[in-house]
Design a protein. Structure first.
Length: 384
């Protein structure tokens, strides 16, 4: 089969946006920042608010355009306007492929693909198949998934679930792990204390860091409880990078547990790599996960990792090798893992080194981008 030589035009629709702090937001930023000149991308962001990284930017780079149409849900007149607006973008941009991220974007993608002159292939990027796909939404996803030319996901656990319970087909589903520019992460620091001072972190304490949205389903309450029970707790500092609807509740919980002086709610930060570079342990307490970009970043930063045994977390954390997997919604399990790590300084260092090696072998941005681009070209050029 002869491949087309022209630039591949991809239109991406996402329920969120391109940027930080969430996993899919950072994945999109990493992918599009490294997109080759063989592609021209346009991104429609359905929830552009709250993006501290790009805000009102119209371009990420020369071949990546950004546009926004805020849409909360389909149960409003605004959804009709959104459908019309996106359809107009399709007719103007003339994509070869339309790729949707998350459920609302999937529905929009399917609807517009039925309209006249919508002559393109459609792909769904699944980021997590956990907490939200119950009842009617889950049933809807089953029917929609049959329509996509391909489905991608960053972890095998998501693809297995798509194929077993959400009408996916093995021949059209693909695992493509998240990737990072690994050279931006590491621990070769000339002035570790200086960076801690710049970030407002205590010099003489070990740093436990967790990165992501502060919202239900992320399990921060179990991490706070475990941290409050850690032996010699005043020797440690817990840093929560990110913001969200749960922040006030979590701050009140920190007060209740008496750990406010040892807990920093740092908000959203652009320089995540710097925060990781001076941390000692990374933690994910999430109740549901795809493949966490935050954990991949932690591995690239040579950190031992403690993560709940859900979703794609076991694909980043090899239990007992570069960290520990713990029970979801279990502060005791989290406490045991934290205690085990800090009891053995050599083990802490060796696990961190194994994390970095795993990142180098599996999670480079070059590998992610080349895999996605190859799939998109193959999908574009496939005959019906």
């Amino acid at each position: 089969m002869e491949m087309k030589s022209k630039t591949c035009r991809i239109l991406i629709i996402t329920d969120t946006y391109v940027g930080v702090p969430g996993g899919s937001e950072r994945h999109l930023f990493n992918f599009l920042s490294n997109l080759s000149s063989n592609f021209h991308a346009k991104v429609i962001q359905l929830n552009p608010t709250g993006n501290p990284y790009l805000k009102e930017a119209k371009k990420l780079k020369d071949n990546v355009e950004l546009a926004s149409f805020p849409l909360v849900n389909f149960k409003s007149f605004r959804s009709i306007r959104c459908i019309g607006w996106v359809y107009k973008e399709v007719l103007t941009f003339k994509p070869d492929i339309v790729i949707s991220y998350h459920e609302m974007a999937d529905l929009l993608n399917i609807i517009i693909s039925t309209f006249p002159q919508s002559n393109y292939k459609i792909i769904s990027s699944k980021r997590d198949m956990g907490l939200n796909l119950n009842g009617r939404l889950g049933y809807l996803m089953k029917s929609l998934n049959k329509r996509f030319s391909a489905i991608t996901a960053p972890s095998k656990s998501i693809i297995d679930l798509v194929n077993s319970e959400f009408s996916g087909k093995i021949e059209t589903t693909h695992v493509i792990p998240n990737g990072l520019k690994l050279s931006e992460y590491g621990r070769e620091i000339l002035d570790r204390d200086g960076i801690k001072l710049k970030l407002g972190l205590p010099i003489n304490k070990k740093i436990i860091i967790t990165i992501g949205w502060l919202r239900p389903g992320k399990g921060h309450e179990f991490l706070l409880k475990a941290f409050s029970q850690l032996k010699n707790m005043n020797e440690y500092c817990l840093v929560l990078l990110g913001n969200g609807s749960d922040q006030d509740r979590l701050q009140a919980m920190a007060e209740e547990y008496g750990i406010s002086n040892n807990t920093i709610f740092a908000g959203v930060q652009k320089n995540v790599n710097e925060w990781l570079s001076v941390s000692d342990v990374a933690v994910s307490s999430s109740l549901s996960e795809g493949l966490s970009n935050a954990l991949v970043e932690a591995a690239a930063s040579q950190l031992p990792i403690i993560a709940t045994n859900v979703g794609g977390n076991p694909e980043v954390v090899d239990d007992g090798i570069n960290g520990y997997l713990v029970k979801s919604e279990c502060a005791d399990s989290m406490l045991s893992a934290l205690s085990s790590l800090f009891e053995n300084e050599n083990n802490l260092m060796e696990m961190g080194q194994r994390s970095r090696l795993k990142a180098e072998n599996e999670f480079s941005v070059e590998k992610m981008v080349s895999s996605l681009e190859a799939l998109y070209l193959k999908t574009r050029d496939a005959y019906e």
